[in-house]
Write a protein that binds this ligand. Structure first.
Ligand code: SF4
Ligand code: SF4
Length: 149
């Protein structure tokens, strides 16, 4: 059995938002998951950043199941981006970032964004006072996770 851990960004059409499709990943496909970030309301489009852990084959089957239910799936490796011109290097996000993807460079005193460490949890997008941390949607439009929340 080959284990995998993936972080994915999901979008739920309104008619799927109130269905237990994510719970079925555990119940039917024996996968573990952590919800890193979610914005789901009944009868409205929902968004979720999800970490799934389990057998690679089961993982593929689980993702296929989500797709069949109409859920949009995007790997999050490149989902969070910093708008470099907007960042004022205030450092607020460095205290919050759970993976230390945002940290202060001790020489320059600037805040570095280490994309490869980012889990796309989205916490920094809520916190950043100048909206420098943004989520890239599937169609390429930049959008803060918190917009419209
Ligand atoms: S909170 Fe925003 S402006 Fe402040 S350092 Fe982080 S990304 Fe830059
Ligand atoms: S989304 Fe922001 S807070 Fe979350 S891991 Fe990435 S840089 Fe850190």
């Amino acid at each position: 059995m080959s284990e995998t851990k993936e972080i994915i960004y999901l979008t739920f059409p309104p008619d799927v938002s109130n269905q237990p499709v994510v719970c079925n990943l555990a119940r039917v496909y024996d996968l573990s998951f952590n919800i890193l970030r979610a914005r789901i309301s009944p009868k409205q489009e929902g968004q979720m950043t999800l970490e799934i852990i389990g057998d690679r084959k089961k993982c593929r089957e689980g993702l296929r199941y989500l797709k069949e239910q109409g859920v949009g799936i995007t790997p999050v490796a490149q989902k969070i981006r910093r708008v470099e011109d907007s960042c004022v290097h205030c450092g607020l996000c460095t205290a919050l970032c759970p993976t230390k993807a945002l940290r202060v460079d001790l020489n320059s005193r600037e805040v570095l964004f280490l994309r490869e460490k980012c889990s796309a949890c989205g916490l920094c997008t809520s916190l950043c006072p100048v909206q420098a941390m943004v989520l890239e949607t599937e169609n390429g439009i930049w959008e803060a996770i918190t917009e419209g929340a």
